[in-house]
Ligand binder design. Structure first.
Ligand SMILES: [Zn+2]
Length: 496
């Protein structure tokens, strides 16, 4: 694709993209799938543009949430996190994810790196002892202030936080307030979208306090990474978890990848809106303290609601991505098509930076309208016309309809640079509609003399559509290219 991604050429060729590492206190749900699929589309897009991409995801196993969930099930924490982490890892096959590494925060490489990061901050004089007296939400694994509560509860979890008083270590975040503000204001760390940047800035401007970064072994239930030189305390799981982005690359050990992708690469974190403060403020403070490079961009996505409601166990409306794929693989009779259909829905029906809704009805409607009827129908129509022409021993002719293609590609690339998948896919579907219109108006089956040109053009545009689909629907893209070559094939998306 010589000119497709040409506009993306940038200086830094090494590109490091991460998702949040998930708490494994439960099974993955559709919200986890959304983030992984978004990051996957970005990783694939930049690979196609010629970048050397390293795509990382993983599991946060050191949190207290995991301990409590394991206790509830009555099994050892190690076995519990093992079991759930496997499920998160297996999203790879179920959603066709192309990540290069999956880090678990209980791995030796992570423990070593997280402790080194702590020591670097301590050397700088940014870690010191103090008494923490205040509130803690185990759901968030975060310290809260009374002002942050809504009706006495954590706004994210709607549960009352715990009152805590103990001697812990603190990280001197307040030292970095000015620097952090300046970095975000000037987009040295670019936060996408602007609304999230504004939120973070107003949080920073309201004054950064030092943060508590450890807990007693008792409160940690003896689970987690020990504070270096003090085995009575465990590192607060966020301090350790944020470090995964560099420990996975070898920070604290063999650091070849760390140098390549972190220190010399372009770094993008993909996260949900609930944890932007940890990434855009706390993580920045830690990196500044340790004297490490900062990430370039943070892309913040919204949440998925189900029929307008937040997904929650108590409401019983949690969508499990494995069950979703299995259910429609049965209904549609094709697992590959189903995986791409799920990817399509999450990327095309939901604005990437906003909350979006899922229902089975909406999923089926979108499937039938855009996939079965839209792309599926177009590919079948064009191939039928081309086969008919071939059977009449006519040679195809190609004329130029490049201006429309150029217009679409520039829309597509522009949308992608802003991580606007909805916009990028919208551009492809505009092209699909444009092809349908050509067929309807030119009626190449009537053989008006220009049929060879029309069909030749349509095949050319289909080839381009397959290219443009690659980051989003990789299997479908392959199938279209194959069908163009062989002139035959099954329907891409049988109607539901
Ligand atoms: Zn909470």
């Amino acid at each position: 694709m010589p000119f497709l991604f040409a506009s993306m050429a940038k200086e830094k060729n090494n590109f490091f993209i991460t998702t949040a590492i998930d708490y494994v206190n439960g099974e993955p749900h559709l919200g986890h799938a959304l983030e992984k699929i978004q990051a996957d589309a970005i990783a694939r897009y930049f690979r196609l543009s010629g970048k050397d991409v390293f795509f990382l995801t993983g599991a946060d196993e050191n949190s207290l949430k995991n301990v409590r969930a394991a206790e509830k099930e009555g099994i050892a924490v190690e076995d519990f996190v093992d079991k759930n982490t496997k499920k998160f890892k297996s999203l790879k096959d179920f959603l066709d994810l192309s990540f290069n590494d999956f880090i678990r925060t209980t791995e030796e490489r992570h423990i070593k790196g997280a402790q080194k990061l702590w020591q670097e901050c301590a050397k700088k004089g940014d870690i010191c002892k103090g008494i923490y007296e205040g509130l803690y939400c185990v759901g968030c694994e975060a310290y809260l202030t009374p002002e942050e509560l809504k009706n006495g509860c954590c706004p994210e979890h709607q549960t009352p936080p715990e009152q805590i008083k103990e001697e812990n270590y603190f990280f001197r975040l307040s030292q970095y307030q000015k620097q952090i503000q300046e970095i975000i204001e000037n987009d040295k760390l670019k936060i996408i979208p602007q609304t999230r940047k504004n939120e973070i800035l107003s949080f920073v401007k309201s004054g950064l306090k030092d943060i508590c970064v450890s807990r007693s072994n008792g409160r940690a239930k003896n689970w987690g990474i020990s504070v270096p030189d003090d085995d009575t305390q465990k590192i607060w799981c966020w301090f350790d978890a944020l470090g995964n982005y560099i420990t996975a690359l070898g920070y604290g050990g063999n650091s070849e990848k760390f140098e390549k992708y972190w220190q010399k690469g372009e770094v993008l974190h993909c996260i949900g809106k609930g944890i932007s403060r940890f990434h855009a403020v706390y993580w920045l403070g830690i990196l500044l303290s340790a004297g490490l490079r900062l990430p370039d961009k943070i892309f913040v996505h919204g949440y998925i609601t189900v029929d307008g409601q937040k997904m929650s166990k108590s409401l019983g409306n949690v969508i499990n991505p494995f069950e979703l794929v299995e259910k429609y693989a049965q209904k549609i009779g094709n697992k590959e098509a189903t995986v791409d259909a799920v990817r399509y829905y999450l990327l095309a029906a939901i604005l990437s930076t906003e909350d979006g809704d899922f229902t089975y009805e909406k999923f089926e409607e979108k499937y039938n309208a855009d996939l079965a009827k839209g792309i599926g129908n177009l590919v079948a129509r064009v191939l039928t016309l081309a086969t008919k022409l071939k059977s009449e021993n006519e040679n195809l002719k190609f004329t130029s309809r490049n201006s429309k293609l150029e217009e679409i590609k520039s829309k597509y690339n522009k949308a992608f640079e802003e991580f606007d998948f909805y916009g990028a896919l919208g551009a492809i579907w505009e092209l699909i509609g444009w092809c349908d219109k050509i067929i309807d108006t030119e009626k190449p089956w009537e053989n008006r003399g220009n049929s060879k040109e029309v069909i030749g053009d349509l095949l050319l545009v289909l080839t381009e559509i397959a290219e443009l689909l690659k980051p989003f629907l990789p299997r479908t893209s392959e199938k279209i290219s194959e069908q163009i070559k062989t002139g035959q094939g099954e329907p891409l998306f049988p109607r539901i």
